[in-house]
Design a protein around this ligand. Structure first.
Ligand SMILES: Cc1cc2nc3c(=O)[nH]c(=O)nc-3n(C[C@H](O)[C@H](O)[C@H](O)COP(=O)(O)O)c2cc1C
Length: 382
């Protein structure tokens, strides 16, 4: 394998992941709902934001350290929760959590992960964050929250924007499932990625570790869409958020806010933070990009609740732009998955290094030394 140090951008890692990961799983990461218009807008709207170049400002002693929900972070970039991460690379969630821990940034484990909460806890020392999807079976939800507490998770990230699954054409065309089915098409996709296949043969973790064996009557869960249709609760309400907050009792982050009115309701719950997010363009195609909605949401609730953002971040420059527009923290979904697919734990570390370097150099060239002081004045707003 070519050294990961020759990967200079997240796009380089994406190209490598495409060569190493079977098509159905690579496509699962690199897809949005329907026309993928919102998925594309998330990235394009970042590119349209311009920075002010400043000169002859002391650039020594720069710092990227910050805080998210009161936790110290090496830079304000967390790993977003992503389902089926253990299909991008064997034991993917465990490797991602270890890379994040060593780097000093938060790792968020998805409910729909391949490695379980207990698996990730067994390979990390620092607390990670757990993302919750609310199922109809409230006993199962209660049990999941209890497992996250027992594992020492320091925040619960409650996702609000996926009670019904947005349609992603590629997943349907590919017949996505975990583990892969054994039709000739799927066998071919796996056979042409021998390194991935060998590593996958070396692990027993090939299904949904938080669910199979824990939820009633679920011994095998191959199709994400049928499980989602059966179990995700489309009646989820603000009252349920209050119930989950009580049940959890710790730091709570509400994920999937894209509207000022919802942001106000979220702030009223007394949660610790919201994530301005459209699920990486995977749910409501036709919604605006997260970065374009950020200023309005910060105006509406920024004095009451910490505001985070995800969606479309592909560089440290994008992180800086989100901070300039009022985010206290950011998350990366696909950049993490591409790093993982490209090179396992080292690939995730490489993705974080790329973003850190871009963030640091851009901040310096904008004439700033401390990431906590970034504000709108670094932007050229025309
Ligand atoms: C392959 C994939 C799986 C995802 N699974 C989840 C999930 O299980 N739970 C969740 O809250 N968000 C999930 N998301 C959304 C991410 O947490 C995040 O909102 C999104 O990826 C951010 O956009 P970005 O990929 O452009 O960084 C997923 C995203 C991707 C790409």
């Amino acid at each position: 394998m070519r050294s990961l140090s020759t990967a200079l951008t997240i796009a380089d890692l994406k190209a490598r992941a495409r060569r190493r990961v079977p098509k159905m799983f690579f496509d699962y990461a690199d897809s949005g709902a329907w026309t993928e218009g919102t998925y594309r807008a998330n990235e394009a709207d970042f590119a349209a934001i311009k920075l002010r170049q400043r000169v002859l400002v002391d650039m020594t002693g720069r710092s990227l350290q910050s805080e998210m929900i009161g936790e110290r972070v090496a830079m304000p970039v967390a790993i977003a929760p992503t389902g089926m991460t253990g299909m991008q690379h064997a034991d993917g969630e465990m490797l991602g959590a270890r890379a994040a821990e060593a780097f000093g940034v938060p790792f968020t484990l998805s409910t729909m992960s391949i490695c379980s909460i207990e698996d990730v806890a067994s390979v990390t020392k620092r607390p990670f964050w757990f993302q919750l999807y609310v199922m109809r079976d409230r006993d199962f939800v209660r049990n999941l929250i209890g497992r996250a507490k027992a594992a020492g998770c320091s925040a619960l990230v409650l996702t609000l924007d996926l009670q019904i699954l947005g349609q992603r054409h590629k997943d349907l065309r590919n017949g996505l499932s975990a583990p892969p089915k054994w039709t000739p098409k799927h066998a071919w996709q796996v056979a042409t990625r021998p390194l991935w296949a060998m590593e996958m043969l070396g692990t027993k973790r090939r299904s949904f570790g938080n669910i199979v064996g824990h939820a009633k009557n679920v011994s095998d869960l191959s199709s994400l869409s049928s499980w989602t249709a059966e179990q995700f609760d489309p009646k989820l309400s603000w009252d349920d958020v209050a119930w989950i907050k009580r049940e959890w009792g710790g730091k709570l982050i509400l994920k999937g806010i894209l509207d000022s009115e919802d942001a106000r309701a979220a702030a009223d719950t007394g949660a610790d933070a919201i994530i301005v997010s459209n699920h990486g363009g995977r749910q409501l195609d036709g919604a605006r990009s997260s970065i374009s909605m950020l200023p309005r949401i910060v105006d509406a609730v920024g004095d009451r609740i910490e505001v985070h953002l995800d969606g479309g971040i592909r560089s440290g420059q994008d992180v800086l732009k989100a901070l300039a527009l009022g985010a206290k923290g950011t998350y990366i979904g696909r950049p993490f998955l591409y790093g993982l697919g490209a090179g396992g734990q080292d690939g995730v570390t490489r993705a974080l290094e790329i973003i850190r370097t871009e963030l640091d150099v851009t901040m310096a060239l904008c004439g700033r030394r401390d990431v906590r002081d970034i504000d709108r004045s670094i932007l050229d707003e025309g």
